[in-house]
Ligand binder design. Sequence first.
Ligand SMILES: Nc1ncnc2c1ncn2[C@@H]1O[C@H](COP(=O)(O)OP(=O)(O)OP(=O)(O)O)[C@@H](O)[C@H]1O
Length: 469
Amino acid sequence: MKLGLDLPEASDLPHPALQSVLQRAFFDVFERQFAGAVVINTDARVVWMNPHYAEILGIADLNRILGERIDVLLPNTKLTEVLRTGEPILLDFMTHRERTFVVSRFPIMDDAGQIIGAGGIMLYDAWQPLKPLMDKFSRLQQGLLQIRRDFSRERSARYTFADVVGEGPACKRMKDLGKRAAGLDATVLLLGETGTGKELLAQSIHAASMRASQPFVALNVAAIPDTLLEAELFGAAPGAYTGADRRGRDGKFKLADGGTIFLDEIGDLPLATQAKLLRVLQEMEIEPLGANQLIKVDVRVIAATSRDLPAMVEAGQFRADLFYRLNVLPIRLPPLRERSEDIAPLSEKLLADISLRSGAARKSLSPEALTWLASQPWPGNVRELRNALEQATMLADHPELTPADFLPAGPPPPLNPLTLAEAVRRAEMEAIRSALLASRGNKSDAARILGIGRATLYEKLAGYGLEKV
Ligand SMILES: Nc1ncnc2c1ncn2[C@@H]1O[C@H](COP(=O)(O)OP(=O)(O)OP(=O)(O)O)[C@@H](O)[C@H]1O
């Protein structure tokens, strides 16, 4: 390597002078050939750093970092490991703020062979000989980062209290209690019929809590077959299953670690799983299926149900101890028919949202339509109101909706002969619709009326595109 200095003949120089010239040359090479260089002492504190390195760390004033611990400035550093082991790490990758560098780290010894510090150099990220390798590594790294970002977006709360519409006294009380719950870290139990906004409130509580930057993970207990529930909640060790899950997987509690888990339709939890959940809530430890090992987690639980849990406790269908454990901060979500004063602002918000999502022109409501909407029982609550507004928006040609736009259409036109499969399909859809109506939207009750399991009902709802009914 050419040092780029006009050096006198080494033999002409006294030893200390030669040392100092060579040292200067060495640092000069660092300056020009490498992105950054740093030297730390045995306390892992910075004793020297070049401007490139400081720039990469985003530090404007070099003097301010002299004496700082390197692992505070650069949490990914392995320089402390070099100090501890005395072993160099000559070639490695280090990622800082989404940029990746090739780094080399080495111990610095005194004449007696004692470690007196460690040095690290970062090569330019575009350093020619390594460029193809670095480019490939960077692309992979960026891809991984993107996947992680998407993943965490999926696991984050989308709604806040600002999205909870309603200024009537019942809704105001619900929001106030929610905000109070957000300031505490206790278990919350949301009680309300289907479509009253339990998940919306759960997300808002999480988003306003100290766990907001951590995951929000939701699980609808009623939608998972009993046999898969435990693995879904607590995870499974590799080999606990055959087939697709042979590699093992994390349960929702693990995924929610540090954040909030939202357990919807908790009343549908089978008794055996209730006992396991109670233990998890008491110990904050999970045991993945087949793992034989306890894993500590730190999760705030928000549970929700549309069922009468005290009556289920009475009937021996729900464990009393679990009920008390969950019922720390109960919040009742009023059904829409008890807060007709909220219909107008809710409809306005929903119509704006429908137009935004569908691209259809935004509709308004005539005073008669508003009065009509406020007089309806809305067994499916806000979700049903939204569906009604969506349907009317799609079907009406005029900008202002009237009650006629919401009334059921007249008798269907005479049908052409159907295939048997189509006739069965329509009859099944109709049976599901009326069971849901009779159960006021409660899917477990609807499944019971239909004489099928909950999971089968959910499958059929998804198949017919009726999930939102
Ligand atoms: N107060 C509200 N303001 C605005 N939108 C609301 C409100 N309450 C509910 N919604 C909307 O209604 C729909 C249903 O709400 P959500 O899924 O939170 O209900 P849920 O009680 O969890 O229902 P289920 O028990 O069936 O799962 C969502 O689109 C939600 O955004």
